[in-house]
Design a binder for this molecule. Structure first.
Ligand code: WQD
Length: 337
């Protein structure tokens, strides 16, 4: 049984990927410092798959802990999710973001180099494209100056991996996520924003349950059909399955280059108002929202050209926006307020 290390494996995308890894027969080891999640997620994963992943609670910035881990654990691949990921927060505390997101990665890469560990999958983001000149966005779209320190850490981390792959032959894939949303069908795991949600979907579901009074729609003067901004919302379970496809490509030596990059989205753009309407339909609720000014740093539109991932990974998003919104709603209703 292949053993896969999942850093940040108790987080939103990490936990859904752990479930899919276990479903595919992989043995999973999780490292998570619980800075943006809770230990209960480990029990929820176990409840879904009846398989309890091994769990290590330490900070990947701590080089000694990382070295000790790899001294005692032989792994066949690593999926690296662990990172600080709040765009707005990264503007307030950029040094913490550079320290956390970059040192965690270099500590892992140093161990991969020292121990000839191959097969790294990195959690990247479409944020590296900024406002792309052409839509849908392909992997060859120019990388734009980052709009936030968070986005800059994704850009820098991709470059670090590319250099390490070139210099030391480490096989790696970066997956550039579009907008992950939704929850596992069991409603046992999902997006767990701490404090006021920054992202659209958790704010919608919290408004629908009355935790939030009203959703603010950030801008209706964008050059889009209904004036609100467009994004590519991908069900987190489809996204998790893309990691399995990428991992199998690495394990089966199917790569064309030692370092590859793939967009992971649905290929379909939805505006904020379209998302609201879809949510009202699937939840049979009326959402309380108001149009306000644009949010600083937001782009008009982003949605993926998924041809490369479809062809090379043999992966395609299968779940619809409505299914993702319903799963997010079911998850929210299960959460204690
Ligand atoms: C989506 C749309 C908002 C909240 C960011 C990061 C990306 C990834 C996902 C981490 C935008 C609008 C939102 C609200 C609104 N992060 N909106 N009212 O900004 O596309 O992407 O989160 O991995 O890297 O860049 O996602 O959900 O914040 O916003 O109108 O209360 O919803 O303006 O148009 P975003 P989002």
């Amino acid at each position: 049984m292949k053993k896969i290390l999942v850093t940040g494996g108790l987080g939103f995308i990490g936990s859904h990927t752990v479930v899919e890894l276990q479903n595919e027969g992989f043995e999973v080891i999780i490292i998570d410092n619980l800075s943006n999640t809770t230990i209960e997620v480990l029990d929820k994963i176990t409840a879904i798959t009846n398989l309890k992943p091994a769990f290590y609670n330490f900070d990947l910035k701590d080089k000694k802990s990382v070295q000790d881990f790899f001294k005692n654990n032989k792994v066949d691949g690593i999926i690296h999710f662990a990172a600080s990921k709040a765009v707005g927060e990264s503007v307030q505390i950029p040094l913490d973001y550079y320290e956390n997101n970059i040192i965690s990665l270099t500590n892992i890469l140093q161990e991969m180099k020292a121990r000839a560990i191959n097969n790294l999958i990195f959690s990247s983001s479409c944020t590296v494209y900024g406002q792309a000149d052409e839509l849908p966005i392909t992997e060859n779209a120019p990388i734009k100056p980052a709009e936030s320190p968070y986005g800059n850490t994704k850009k820098i981390n991709e470059e670090i991996i590319a250099d390490a792959s070139k210099a030391h032959g480490i096989k790696a894939i970066s997956l550039r996520y579009f907008n992950p949303i939704g929850a596992h069908s069991s409603a046992k795991i999902g997006e767990l924003p701490i404090g006021v949600p920054q992202n659209l979907i958790p704010f919608i579901t919290q408004t629908a349950t009355g935790i939030r009074q009203e959703l603010s729609v950030f801008g209706s003067d964008y050059p889009t059909p209904d004036g609100t901004a467009i994004r590519d919302y991908i069900h987190v379970v489809d996204l998790a399955k893309a990691h399995i496809a990428a991992l199998n490509r690495l394990l089966n030596n199917q790569q064309k280059n030692n370092y590859e990059v793939f967009n992971v989205g649905t290929g379909k753009g939805s505006s904020v108002l379209e998302v609201i309407n879809a949510f009202e339909k699937v939840s049979n609720t009326k959402l309380n929202y108001k149009i306000v000014g644009r949010r600083e740093g937001d782009i008009t539109a982003a949605f993926a050209n998924t041809t490369l991932a479809n062809r090379e990974l043999g992966w395609k998003a299968e779940l619809t926006l409505e299914e993702a919104l319903l799963s997010a709603w079911n998850w929210q209703k299960r959460l204690k307020n």
